[in-house]
Design a binder for this molecule. Structure first.
Ligand code: SAM
Ligand code: SF4
Length: 314
């Protein structure tokens, strides 16, 4: 879709917009299942990049300590726990700019992926910048989806990151697409960007070929010590509008209500699901930020009568 179409959708009266997105949702998704993905930081802190929102950047003093890559044992323990709590997808994130084939850390990540993929969950990794060689090896090791967010519009991106470019992000995504891994790609709202920036981000995502398999919509978790520490929270109706337009622009994508759910009420989250969100991060921790406790989420999905499986789009 192109920007003027997205703007027209976005600025309708809210209930018209939600009715339309609900219609699209029902045509493309059978039932009311909400996918639950667990996230584990396998390498935390000390990142060379200067992403203004991120507590793991070495450019900001946030109190997040630099840690080494987790051992196989620790990762497997976390993955088994996630599976026993009902997660159907396990995503592992690393705080570094990227990885290259031939490095020791890449070999260790491949070994971790091979073991985790035996547990029967979908395996997702977010390792920053990679090229075609790395993408092929990750796929062969058992990765089903690679997360690499574009985070915002191309225009606003340079205001929040200076150590790499929007084009670098697109190049990684192209390498992932060519390898045959699914692309998980979305962004963050609440960083000071305009509504046009948010819709430009959706314009870029909706023109991916193939379209992303999942689209995380994060609300900024304003982390103390980062340049964005004082950003005000996102208005719930702006979030609901963006989710609804995402559902219409990317009908077959899992739209993931990602970071920032701790600030949303149960009613606010219910509205997000009704507008088209059908995936959540699950488990009490994101990479370094807080997330609602697993039992609270299970109760919410149960109260709404939403099934929580790992079914994919037909
Ligand atoms: N280093 C890799 C990268 O940048 O792609 C992977 C890890 S990075 C932490 C993964 C994603 O987490 C970012 O692209 C961003 O969308 C999200 N994220 C990080 N910090 C956040 C925050 N404070 N609030 C909301 N989302 C955040
Ligand atoms: Fe590093 Fe990723 Fe955080 Fe940017 S978002 S500072 S690349 S960990």
């Amino acid at each position: 879709m192109i920007l003027p179409e997205l703007e027209e959708l976005y600025h309708q009266p809210l209930f018209n917009l939600i009715s339309q997105s609900r219609g699209v949702h029902l045509r493309h998704w059978h039932g009311e299942d909400v996918q639950r993905c667990s996230l584990l930081s396998i390498k935390t802190g000390g990142c060379s990049e200067d992403c203004a929102y991120c507590a793991q950047s070495s450019h900001h003093s946030t109190g997040v300590e630099r840690e080494e890559l987790l051992s196989m044992e620790k990762v497997l323990t976390a993955a088994r726990r996630a599976r026993s709590q009902g997660a159907t997808r396990f995503c592992m994130g690393a705080a570094w700019r990227g990885v290259r084939e031939g490095s020791e850390k890449f070999q260790r990540v491949l070994e971790i992926v091979r073991e985790v993929s035996r547990l029967g969950m979908e395996v997702c990794v977010t390792l920053g910048e990679i090229g075609p060689a790395e993408a092929h090896k990750l796929r062969a090791a058992g990765v089903t989806a690679y997360n690499h967010n574009i985070d915002t519009s191309p225009e606003f991106y340079r205001e929040i990151v200076s150590t790499h470019t929007f084009q670098n992000r697109l190049d990684t995504i192209a390498a992932v697409q060519q390898s045959g891994m699914a692309v998980c790609c979305g962004g963050i709202i609440g960083m000071g960007e305009s509504e046009t920036d948010r819709l430009r981000m959706l314009e870029v995502l909706s023109n991916f070929d193939p379209p992303p398999e999942s689209v995380p919509i994060n609300c900024l978790m304003a982390m103390p010590g980062t340049p964005l520490a004082d950003q005000p929270p996102v208005d719930i109706f702006e979030l609901v509008r963006l989710i609804a337009v995402t559902r219409i622009a990317l009908p077959k994508a899992r739209v993931r209500l990602a970071a920032g759910r701790t600030r949303l009420s149960r009613e606010g989250q219910a509205l997000c699901f009704f507008a088209g969100a059908n995936s959540i991060f699950y488990g009490d921790k994101l990479l370094t930020a807080k997330n609602p406790a697993a039992d609270v989420d299970v109760a919410l999905l149960r109260d709404l009568g939403l099934r929580h499986s790992g079914l994919t789009a037909p």
